[in-house]
Design a protein around this ligand. Structure first.
Ligand code: HAM
Length: 414
């Protein structure tokens, strides 16, 4: 029996694992600079949390959640996203009391039972930030700019933020009514859309089968109340003054029901597909809806796999790939402990001033020829060989693994 990773999942190793870590490191620095604290929530939660937060009539809840029962019959779900988990953690840990304007970031795996294709997996990684307690559109602008900064920092440059406002509790009913009227007028809707029409008409706009039919949907902007309109105008002027590349897109609705007012997606200008690299929005009712005190909030998440694919050719990763691989080899096995402590020293201090190194060896029981073959296999640039005659003079042999030239160098100089 040969086992394979489950469909829609993949192992991340070698250069890809290193790139993923680098992206996460960069994200941590950027988040901390803006006062976001890291939070780690469980990978599984009460399934009802997601049903309530994301919405019963959404693709994620209807089709994509991994739901299971534990041994006590509790209905749990692998998290399909983390905003609901963060809102739950915000309430449960009373984070709003110690930090009225709480900023949190998270990095981790999400799970959705989707049809696997390029950039769409069943287990994937998100890096996200949530900003609780501020209703000003300045927070929305900060989140959009932060998401863009993250992409710029890995040299994914040709991007635009597509933004829209979905209104609030006050103006949504009028928009909803206009939408139902429009969608119900002879579009020949598919079964899913017909079922969703009355319960959640916004989701109909997202339908993969029918969405192309809706050419003249009621403009959200015509239904916004004065407060929502002011917020959306202010958001745009803040983005403009920050030099942000944004596009107002009245068709943008997003696949999660918790959003109010601002929604956005950041897409690559050059990519033919509509797939977003990052997305988010405001969710002013979620904390209260799941049992907390009324708390405005806004956030985003980027898909790490999608961002890494977009950054594939980015200059940012080149310096990482150029880290110098050093192999510590033994010509005489009695020098094992000396070679070992030398390896420990250069891991800490670098070699000849270069700290961007990866150190391999020494390995105990291979002869020198096999050790050097191994060094070639792992594409080492340099082998530092510990041999008795040279070591007695305080020296080692330093072999250039590309041209195979070799020089004696004093250990203290390395
Ligand atoms: P989302 O749009 O569902 O939003 O996902 C955010 C990002 O995760 C997407 O833009 C995409 O890059 C990535 N993503 C989503 N599904 C997949 C998949 N199956 N495979 C690979 N990547 C994927 C949320 O999850 C919200 N929680 C964002 C948010 C935070 N809103 C407010 N705060």
């Amino acid at each position: 029996m040969i086992y394979k990773a489950p469909r829609g999942t993949h192992d991340i190793f070698g250069v890809n694992a290193a790139k993923m870590s680098l992206l996460e490191q960069v994200a941590r620095v950027i988040f901390r600079k803006r006062g976001f604290e890291e939070i780690r929530t469980p990978i599984f939660e009460d399934a009802a949390l997601f049903m309530r937060s994301i919405g019963q009539v959404t693709d994620i809840v209807e089709k994509e959640m991994y739901v299971f029962e534990d041994k006590k019959g509790r209905k749990l779900a692998l998290r399909p996203e983390a905003t609901a988990s963060l809102a739950r953690a915000f309430i449960e840990n009373r984070l709003g009391i110690s930090m009225p304007a709480g900023k949190f970031f998270y990095i981790g795996e999400m799970f959705r039972y989707e049809r696997p294709q390029a950039g769409r997996y069943r287990q994937f990684h998100q890096i996200g930030g949530e900003f609780f307690g501020v209703s000003s559109p300045a927070a929305d602008a900060e989140i959009i700019l932060l998401a863009q900064d993250l992409l710029y920092s890995v040299e994914v440059n040709e991007i635009s933020a597509h933004i829209n406002s979905l209104g609030c509790k006050n103006c949504r009913p009028a928009l909803r009514e206009a939408l139902v009227k429009y969608l119900d007028s002879g579009h020949g809707l598919c079964g899913d859309c017909l079922r969703r029409l009355k319960r959640n008409p916004l989701r109909v706009l997202d339908c993969k089968i029918d969405s192309h039919k809706f050419t003249e949907i009621p403009q959200m902007s015509d239904y916004l109340c004065s407060e929502c309109k002011c917020s959306f105008d202010l958001l745009q002027s803040l983005l403009e003054s920050a030099g942000c590349n944004y596009i107002v897109d009245n068709r943008l609705v997003r696949g999660l029901d918790y959003y109010t007012k601002t929604v956005f997606e950041i897409r690559q200008d050059t990519a033919g597909s509509r797939e977003a690299l990052a997305a988010g929005g405001r969710y002013d009712n979620l904390v209260e809806d799941i049992g907390g005190q009324s708390t405005p909030a806004v956030g985003f998440a980027l898909g790490s796999e999608r961002v890494l694919a977009a950054a594939q050719k980015a200059k940012f990763f080149i310096s990482f790939q150029e880290s110098e691989k050093i192999y510590i080899a033994l010509a005489d096995s009695e020098l094992f402990s000396e070679a070992f402590s030398f390896a420990v020293k250069i891991v800490k201090n670098g070699l000849r001033g270069n700290k961007n190194i990866s150190v391999f060896g020494p390995l105990e029981d291979k002869n020198l020829t096999n050790q050097l073959k191994f060094a070639d296999k792992i594409k080492a640039c340099t082998a530092v060989i510990f041999a008795k005659t040279e070591f007695e003079k305080g020296k080692v042999l330093v072999k250039n693994m590309k041209d195979k030239t070799q020089t004696e160098i004093s250990i203290n100089e390395l």
